[in-house]
Design a protein around this ligand. Structure first.
Ligand code: ATP
Ligand code: MG
Length: 293
């Protein structure tokens, strides 16, 4: 997309409002990956910056962590879309997320964006407690209490490390590792971390970019996209089994962000940058809007 196509302030009344505040954009490891996609995304971020917007980026790395675990002979395990994180898994997550973060920052710098990469615990930003065991269907399909290991619940976010960066024109790029009060590292789902960060920034919009166009009524049919879902419908969708795996923390993240005052949340597919810029510029998109109703 060329800059000239979107130059006119009057044409995009949302811009003025969006400029007042942060936009948190989270993207997953399958949504935007590889050199070309990262390059394209970095150009979009450069465009946002040139329009005076303040994007804050949060990224996951699920598929890459899974790949690296298999390379090391470890078996990845997930329950309710959350990774069971033993000590070896945590080591892999730290290594892989740090590597992805450097690649993203490099791509952004290549596009002229002054980016700063950091883990969620940087500067005491994301304070966590170790997550209690959860009641969920285990890998054999039985309802059980599952201990997720080194997985954290976010207790609080100190947004200052982020606002200091954005105030000086930088784009923070955060990966979702937190620490508890004893300094022990924990893994946090990236959607959950993004929602807490968005809430702490009292931001205008949380955008979750993933490898599907949004919430699908049938996960195997990309045409079955739900345009709009209210937070009242979230439980129904989870209990009815429509939303499962990695979509569970994603929809919960939207609910949390909206409940904490974030004005709007959207899910978009990452393979076409048109959706992201259109969503930001004129609110039109192909994706799922989660509403507060
Ligand atoms: N109803 C649904 N609609 C769409 N996707 C669904 C649904 N139910 C389950 N999913 C799954 O959720 C996945 C997206 O979550 P996933 O955690 O895999 O990716 P991500 O969060 O974008 O990446 P990362 O975990 O690396 O941050 C989709 O690829 C799809 O398989
Ligand atoms: Mg995920």
């Amino acid at each position: 997309m060329q800059m000239e196509q979107y130059p006119i302030k009057d044409k995009f009344p949302r811009l003025e409002q969006l400029r007042q505040n942060h936009i948190v954009i989270k993207f997953g490891g399958n949504a935007i990956s590889g050199h070309d996609e990262l390059k394209r995304f970095a150009k979009d971020v450069a465009m946002m910056r040139s329009l005076g917007l303040q994007p804050v980026l949060v990224h996951g790395g699920g598929p890459e962590i899974t790949r690296e675990m298999r390379l090391r002979g470890l078996e990845p395990r997930k329950v309710a879309g959350l990774r069971i994180t033993d000590t070896q898994t945590l080591e892999v997550a730290e290594y892989v997320l740090g590597r992805i973060n450097r690649e993203i920052v490099k791509a952004l710098k290549g596009a002229g964006v002054d980016a700063c990469g950091m883990p969620g615990h940087h500067g005491g930003m994301m304070r966590c407690v170790r997550k209690d065991p959860i009641l969920a269907y285990d890998e054999e399909g039985n309802l059980a209490t599952v201990d997720l290991g080194h997985v954290g619940d976010v207790e609080s976010i100190d947004a200052k490390p982020i606002t200091l960066l954005t105030a000086s024109g930088m784009v923070p790029v955060v990966y979702p590792l937190g620490k508890d009060d004893d300094g022990v590292l924990v893994n946090v789902n990236a959607d959950t971390a993004a929602a807490h960060i968005a809430a702490a920034l009292d931001c205008e919009e949380l955008i979750l970019i993933t490898d599907v166009p949004g919430i699908l009524a049938d996960v195997n049919d990309s045409e079955s996209l739900l345009d709009e879902v209210s937070i009242k419908q979230v439980d129904e969708l989870i209990e009815g089994g429509v939303v499962k795996d990695g979509m569970v923390p994603k929809i919960e993240a939207c609910r949390l962000a909206l409940e904490k005052g974030v004005r709007a949340t959207h899910m978009l597919g990452g393979k076409d940058s048109e959706h992201l810029l259109r969503q930001i510029l004129d609110g039109k998109h192909r994706g799922t809007k989660i509403t507060n109703g």
